[in-house]
Design a protein around this ligand. Structure first.
Ligand code: GLU
Length: 470
């Protein structure tokens, strides 16, 4: 007995390059990518750039950049629909030849009138089929329409939503070739998915109404439709459709705000899919666990706070080497292009517990990397005042004596100094902190000293004494 192997899973992500990659698109891309990886299949990337006016090269680049940043690598493509017009035309000619499509000469005005008349009668605005049996040929301004069945229904078993059935009478004859000779979305997407051997179409559930139409096209083109999985829409924390109002929505915006790709992947993975209560997944775990049976039907809420918590966690878990690499561009953005790397290496372990994003991490790191810290005027006014000059002088003397490498000895000397001055620790530590970092917030004062090293500590204390002296 011969056994035919089950066809390999092939998924695809087909963005229209008319804007940046948004969370919804990124989640669709991730689910397709995970499904292909989980099943040992292939993941195809395709730019649906048939709308020449709205499609832009810069959006193609930014989508590719976002995909690469997320680590969603493709096995095939990117294909460009704009380069496949001949193939679409061939498919349209085949449909015309087989009597599954026809030329339509109805003018836009006539179509408008028909639509309005239908709506006035409370009917659905549908094409009335005027040219369906007219046997027309090509002409200036003519379009080609698909000749859909008028009776019966089209049914599919959605892998998320179950059986969905659509009355064929509800679907009018779809334009497949526009009057400017460009193919429409439905035609191009079906021809591509056939040619690229796509076995599973995973996409947002706003595409459900498109699916029966596309299934009819598959059948007319003599192909077996793929399986469909329509994933739930994404809402903002207030349960309204996720939009700009809620905050950043494009992947590169999140990147620029200092989020790590792994935090983003975790947040995206949980948009509609779950595995018990688990929140944190490595990419290998996601590949192993992801399947469509655990994708829910109800809308998913994008939780910005959770993303930030994930991010903080990933920042804390990252190796020093990786952190250095991650934070460097964020330092550059603040104008810190050259700095003493060992200082940053010494500082990072003390800064990561305080940073939720790489932007914050770069901000925390700044005082240690500049020749002199940027002084916060409020902090200067409050702490670097004349009566603190002697305090700073005493701290300077102590550092001179005990150095900053032995934290135990430093702490002991500091306590003794406070006692000698008759001041509470905070009264000495805070002016010192401002002197050393320019700010009122920092890691522990002894750690700050250790990060800076004795020479810089002395120099900064001296500069602050001068400021305090007025
Ligand atoms: N280009 C379409 C979009 O961005 C893809 C639709 C599909 O997955 O078939 O919505």
């Amino acid at each position: 007995m011969t056994q035919t192997a089950a066809p390999k899973v092939v998924t695809r992500f087909p963005p229209s390059p008319t804007g940046a990659l948004h969370l919804g698109g990124a989640r669709t891309a991730l689910f397709n990518w995970l499904y292909a990886r989980h099943h040992g299949g292939r993941f195809v990337l395709r730019m649906e750039d048939t709308d020449r006016k709205r499609s832009k090269d810069e959006y193609v680049d930014s989508i590719l950049e976002a995909m690469a940043w997320l680590g969603l690598d493709h096995d095939e493509g990117p294909y460009y629909q704009s380069q496949r017009f001949d193939r679409y035309r061939q498919a349209i000619d085949q449909l015309l030849e087989d009597g599954r499509a026809y030329w339509c000469h109805c003018s836009p005005e006539k179509l408008k009138q028909t639509r309005e008349a239908a709506m006035a009668q409370g009917k659905k605005a549908m094409y009335d089929g005027a040219c369906r049996e007219a046997g027309l040929g090509p002409a200036e301004g003519a379009v080609v329409r698909f000749k859909g069945p008028r009776t019966g229904s089209t049914e599919f078993n959605d892998m998320v939503k179950g059986v969905i059935s659509w009355a064929n009478s509800e679907m009018d004859d779809l334009v497949i070739l526009r009057s400017d000779s460009s193919p429409t979305y439905h035609l191009a997407v079906v021809v591509d998915d056939i040619d690229m051997g796509v076995t599973h179409v995973i996409r947002g559930d706003d595409h459900v109404p498109n699916t029966p139409r596309q299934i009819l096209l598959y059948e007319a083109l003599g192909a077996t439709p793929p399986r469909f999985a329509h994933i739930p829409m994404i809402l903002g924390p207030d349960k309204s459709k996720l939009s700009k109002r809620h905050g950043a929505t494009s992947v590169v915006e999140f990147r620029d705000q200092g989020y790590l790709p792994e935090a983003m992947i975790n947040a995206l993975a949980r948009l509609g899919w779950s595995h018990g209560d688990q929140e944190i997944f490595s990419i290998d775990e996601l590949i192993e666990l992801f399947d469509l049976d655990a994708v829910g039907k109800s809308p998913a809420v994008f939780d910005f706070e959770k993303l930030t918590r994930h991010n903080q966690r990933y920042i804390q878990k990252a190796s020093l080497e990786r952190l250095l690499e991650l934070v460097t561009p964020f330092l550059a953005r603040r104008g810190i292009k050259q700095f003493d790397q060992p200082t940053l290496v010494a500082a990072l372990p003390h800064l990561t517990p305080r940073a939720t994003t790489l932007v914050e991490l770069a901000d925390w790191a700044e005082p240690y990397l500049l020749e002199q810290p940027v002084m916060d005027p409020k902090a200067v006014k409050k702490f670097l005042k004349p009566q603190n000059q002697a305090v700073l002088q005493a701290v300077r003397g102590m550092v001179e004596r005990v150095g900053v490498t032995d934290l135990g000895a430093l702490e002991e000397a500091f306590r003794a100094l406070c006692e000698e001055l008759g001041l509470k620790m905070g009264k000495v530590a805070q002016p010192t902190r401002v002197a050393l970092t320019g700010r009122t917030f920092s890691p522990g004062i002894f750690e700050v000293m250790a990060i800076l090293g004795k020479d810089r500590v002395l120099k900064r204390l001296e500069a602050a004494m001068e400021t305090a002296g007025g």
